[in-house]
Design a protein around this ligand. Structure first.
Ligand code: G3P
Ligand code: CA
Length: 263
């Protein structure tokens, strides 16, 4: 009889609200983060870019076009210019079932505003979206984390290994997660790749679409944590949980919390 490999659940399985509770509220805004906290998420995931005047702001795309009333690249706009834009009305138009008056006229938050609002009440998973640039987003991020005394509350992830290595050299105490595209998933994840990641990161965050139970087991055997993204449906959440992941990124933190509670 073939014995199936049993995978123990992780000691603590984290619910990470991807761009906040972004299934229900405009992504990367204070209300989306507030809702994630109310739902009981462990962490909020947020994306940062630098403005022209080198202020980290919380927005996913490199332009403001999709999620605000304006047009243009974040890096070409000052904070003052970005603060003129409406970062919530697009959501009310696209998702009328979740529309709320309070989303109209929301602004793109700065990283500092998010830290000021939530302090030590939540954990942060911050994604560096503009990596290893000449402007040194890694050092600016580290300074901001230290300014708010949040070193024990912040983890950082990025698709850019160069950016993560840079941050690791600036502050080795910040836990880092290597984001991994589909093309490294499943058959292509190798021990030597995982050994390399382990020199600067505590874990990897692969695209859920490319992983399996065997993949999760391989990563855990290598001594790395694994937190796949972005897991929005209960069927996939059940799968991820049964494979023993350390958490998931989800737009629907309430759903994953139900999956954890049911196990
Ligand atoms: O949560 C991981 C995820 O944030 C990476 O992709 O495009 O949603 O930032 P993206
Ligand atoms: Ca992200």
């Amino acid at each position: 009889v073939k014995v199936k490999e049993m995978i123990e659940p992780a000691d603590k399985v984290y619910t990470i609200a991807h761009r906040g509770a972004s299934g229900y509220a405009p992504e990367n805004t204070i209300p989306a983060f507030e809702l994630a906290r109310e739902m009981g998420a462990d962490s909020i995931e947020l994306d940062i870019h630098l403005t022209k005047d080198l202020i980290p702001v919380v927005i996913h795309d490199e332009t403001v076009n999709r999620t605000t009333s304006g047009k243009g690249f974040v890096k070409n706009m000052t904070l003052e210019q970005i603060k003129q834009l409406d970062a919530g009305s697009w959501f009310n138009q696209d998702y009328p079932m979740f529309a709320r008056d309070l989303y109209t006229g929301l602004t793109v938050p700065t990283l500092e505003e998010v830290f000021e609002t939530f302090g030590k009440d939540i954990n942060y998973m911050i994604e560096i979206k503009e990596p290893a640039s000449k402007f040194g987003i890694e050092a600016i991020l580290n300074d901001t984390i230290l300014k708010y005394d949040l070193a024990k509350r912040v983890s950082v992830h990025s698709f850019s290994a160069a950016s993560l290595r840079q941050l690791h050299s600036i502050n080795p105490d910040i836990p880092l997660y290597q984001l991994v595209w589909n093309d490294y998933a499943a058959t292509r994840v190798t021990q030597s790749y995982l050994d390399t990641v382990k020199t600067y990161a505590v874990g990897i965050s692969p695209n859920f679409q490319g992983i399996s139970g065997a993949y999760v087991a391989q990563v855990k055997r290598a001594g790395l944590k694994i937190i796949p993204y972005t897991v929005n449906y209960q069927l996939n959440m059940d799968k991820a949980y049964s494979w023993g992941v350390d958490g998931v990124h989800t737009n629907y933190p309430d759903r994953f919390l139900e999956v954890i509670a049911a196990n």
